[in-house]
Design a protein around this ligand. Sequence first.
Ligand code: SAH
Length: 225
Amino acid sequence: MHFHIITLFPEVCKTYTDASVLGRAQKTEKGKGAKVRGKKIAVDYYNPRDFSTNKHKKVDDRPYGGGPGMVMTAEPILKAWQKAVGRKKDQKKVKTLIMSPRGTVFTNELAKKYAKKYDHLVLISGRYEGIDHRVKKALKAEEVSVGDYVLTGGELPAMAIIDATSRQVPGVLGTFESLEDERVSSGEMYTRPDTVEFKKKKLKVPKVFLSGHHKEIEEHRKKQG
Ligand code: SAH
């Protein structure tokens, strides 16, 4: 899966996508013996400012019809998109998402669908009051929200979507982790030491977890919801 992120703040996102599981998934890895694990994902960044023809590299303007704030102009974003996937022959395998608090709410089901159906996911992060609506039309893009709240930019939503979608790409997680993932979240968890002291109280791991009886542990977790 190849992710293309269009953002005015690539450096803010790159630190995240280069770390941990996502960072590893972008590299070829030497496994045991001569086994080589290929790259599972690629992540590329495009800054609309680099595509602005304005001499001050302007990427926003006042909204037609008035209203507060500024709107991101269409052309630099469309040019960035052209650079990212404009020449991909099989456009059926390209999906373009615009981050928007008014979009379809992103879920793990959508993450699975994206991972299965597409080779290229373009994520457009808005800033200011949003993006000129012609971008959506021109790119046949879908607006996606990460929840019922408003952020200052689409970078965090883009990171959430890349993270959750990558976990659904075969080989990004180890076999054990992917089995765990089937449950969406793993429930109550503890690790060493078995007693932690905090404000003069002893916080103990419930006995059942120390027992090693996997069935009982599973039942306990279910009961706790
Ligand atoms: N007044 C604007 C808010 C813009 S917030 C409006 O009503 O749409 C600025 C940018 O942050 C948006 O263009 C979008 O890309 C991003 N954003 C903010 N909240 C978001 C959310 N919940 N989900 C996805 N993107 C969001």
